[in-house]
Design a protein around this ligand. Structure first.
Ligand SMILES: C[S@@+](CC[C@H](N)C(=O)[O-])C[C@H]1O[C@@H](n2cnc3c(N)ncnc32)[C@H](O)[C@@H]1O
Length: 264
């Protein structure tokens, strides 16, 4: 299991999930699960995509390594009267039989897998050969990405850790075709989408994430302990302020892709 995964239970990811809900909608719309289809949602978190698929009558299992988020997902399903299962598991070790899914989804989830090749192999293994794998992944650009990368680098520096290795290009057609081609799902179609993050101000966005987003919560705790948080927080705000699309409020748009992989 990914060593960092239990950290996703920290903070209140529920709040971040609300911000990401329009993207989950776009990705589920693109994947178009039909009633009765078997759907697996990898890195389901609090169940955004899983519940949207269940609303369409699909038979859904959401998988995530964070028990607290799964508990929230189960509560949401019960509150909405939706039939969906949720199981503890990692993208690289899915607790499911071969060919279990007509559709394997991941909305900004599998992109956190420590071993992309292992996660791709697992997603392919659980997907029927007639099925599809649909992944939402950020395009690594823009102010939100720049501010997060700066903060991550500050955390690594504080830990005395080496710089982060380059991340797998989950947004890139050729990279996905190579990764999934090895496991039989080498046909890739990509569409680009946009998601606007909104808040009262750039500072409100950064401070909200520091309270809610699990990775920001962990980074803030570490940097606060060393007396370095305020400076990093102010640099994040400055990066976002410089890119603010409406000085009267705070929208910043991030681009992401929806990749659909099928057997060639
Ligand atoms: C940004 S959240 C996205 C959650 C959800 N899909 C959504 O749209 O709100 C990332 C999710 O990936 C999960 N995750 C982290 N590492 C993972 C891994 N190795 N395999 C599968 N999921 C993972 C986290 O627990 C978290 O729920």
């Amino acid at each position: 299991m990914n060593r960092q995964a239990p950290g996703w239970g920290a903070g209140r990811y529920e709040v971040t999930a609300e911000q990401l809900l329009p993207a989950a909608r776009a990705i589920v719309d693109r994947a178009a699960p039909a009633a009765g289809e078997r759907v697996v949602d990898v890195g389901t978190g609090t169940g955004n995509a899983a519940l949207l698929a269940a609303e369409r009558g699909a038979r859904v299992i959401g998988v995530d390594p964070a028990p607290r988020l799964l508990a929230v997902a189960r509560e949401r399903a019960a509150a909405a009267g939706l039939d969906a299962e949720f199981a503890l598991g990692d993208g690289a070790n899915l607790p499911l039989p071969d060919g279990e899914a007509d559709l394997t989804l991941s909305v900004f989830g599998v992109i956190f897998a420590g071993d992309p090749a292992a996660a791709a192999a697992e997603m392919a293994r659980v997907t029927a050969l007639s099925g599809r794998i649909v992944i939402g992944a950020w395009i690594p650009e823009g102010a939100i990405r720049a501010s997060i990368t700066m903060a991550r680098d500050a955390v690594l520096h504080a830990l005395g850790a080496p710089p982060a290795p380059p991340q797998f290009a989950w947004h890139d057609t050729d990279a996905l075709a190579a990764l999934f081609g090895h496991v039989g799902f080498g046909s890739v179609r990509i569409v680009e989408e946009r998601l606007a993050f909104t808040a009262a101000s750039a500072a409100a966005h950064v401070d909200g994430d520091a309270q809610n987003h699990p990775l920001s919560v962990a980074g803030r705790a570490l940097l606060e302990h060393r007396g370095e948080y305020q400076a990093v927080r102010d640099r994040m705000v400055a990066i976002l302020d410089a890119a603010n699309e409406d000085p009267g409020a705070f929208p910043i748009t991030s681009r992401y892709v929806i990749a659909t992989l099928t057997v060639a």
